[in-house]
Design a protein around this ligand. Structure first.
Ligand SMILES: [Zn+2]
Length: 294
């Protein structure tokens, strides 16, 4: 399997969830081995995607460099993970990636519109060789060696709609679109006032998130899946693992993980060279691995 970029430039506009302002996002193809790179068009600063460029993980995953930052990159990155895109430039004229409907499905449609172009170098993946784990009290995130890429996420909220729920997803591009991409981010009405008083979540609405009061879902249309919350956590985790720049061959397992813990996990991977191997996809034990990207 060869490296992939998009076949043509495409763009989308949408509001940013934190500042509530419209953002124009442009996707451009780039050359072999260029990797994933963000560009803050107003500040004219390039921010290559890397674990070292993550500057904040409190509300979303944020990368930054020399006075410029771009927030909420994780939903878009989950789609690059699923579509197997290795080389792309994402340009935005603001400080965040548009939130769209709070899920990743609009970005899937955007990539479908752009198309995928194969490039003349083998695709490389990050194969987990030794189990790596990070925790914070009972919360944890772990990557175990496996012949496949899978994500198992469990959450427990003392809320009648959420309670304890989990989801197990075996990686595949098509199953991503069906199972994961449409799962929306969520928030509690009781938190929104305090966030907005701190100038956060100014763009949040029932058009781009599942809203919950103390008893029920506030969105008229209800949930898209019974365990939409756990599925969205997988979407976030895939995006956060993509910050490594690679598709990860391994089994991700988490309980109540956050962007912060996911970021700690990616740092932990790279903390010891024996934890992982970057290898061409055709050298994996599973000779048919690339069929997952079909
Ligand atoms: Zn999210």
């Amino acid at each position: 399997m060869l490296q992939r970029t998009i076949a043509k430039a495409v763009e989308a506009t949408g509001i940013g969830i934190h500042k509530g302002r419209p953002i124009r996002m442009m996707l451009e193809p780039t050359g072999v081995d260029k990797g994933i790179s963000f560009y803050h068009a107003k500040k004219e600063i390039e921010i290559p995607l890397s674990v070292g460029n993550v500057v904040n993980t409190a509300m979303a995953t944020v990368i930054g460099r020399s006075q410029a930052y771009i927030s909420t990159i994780e939903h878009f990155l989950s789609v690059l993970y699923a579509y197997g895109i290795d080389n792309i430039r994402i340009s935005v004229d603001g400080d965040e990636i548009p939130v769209m409907d709070g899920s990743a499905i609009s970005f899937c449609l955007l990539l479908d519109e752009a198309g995928v172009r194969m490039q003349q170098q083998p695709k490389r993946v990050l194969k987990i060789k030794k189990t790596v784990e990070v925790h914070d009290g009972k919360k944890f995130a772990r990557l175990e060696p496996s012949v496949e890429s899978s994500f198992q996420f469990r959450i427990a909220f003392p809320h009648p709609v959420i309670q304890e729920q989990s989801h197990l997803y075996h990686f595949g591009k098509r199953s991503f679109v069906e199972e994961i991409a449409r799962a929306r981010t969520f928030g509690f009405a009781k938190d929104i006032q305090s966030l907005q008083s701190r100038n956060l979540a100014l763009g949040a609405s029932l058009q781009n998130a599942i809203g919950l009061d103390s008893r029920r879902v506030l969105n008229k249309e209800g949930l898209r899946f019974e365990n939409e919350f756990a599925r969205h956590k997988i979407l976030d985790a895939m995006g956060d693992m993509m910050v490594t720049g690679y598709h990860i061959v391994g089994k991700y397992v988490a309980f109540a993980s956050s962007h912060q813990l996911n970021h700690a996990l990616t740092k932990e991977i790279f903390s010891q060279s024996g934890n992982y191997e970057i290898m061409p996809i055709h050298a994996l034990e599973d000779a048919c691995y690339e069929s997952h990207f079909a």
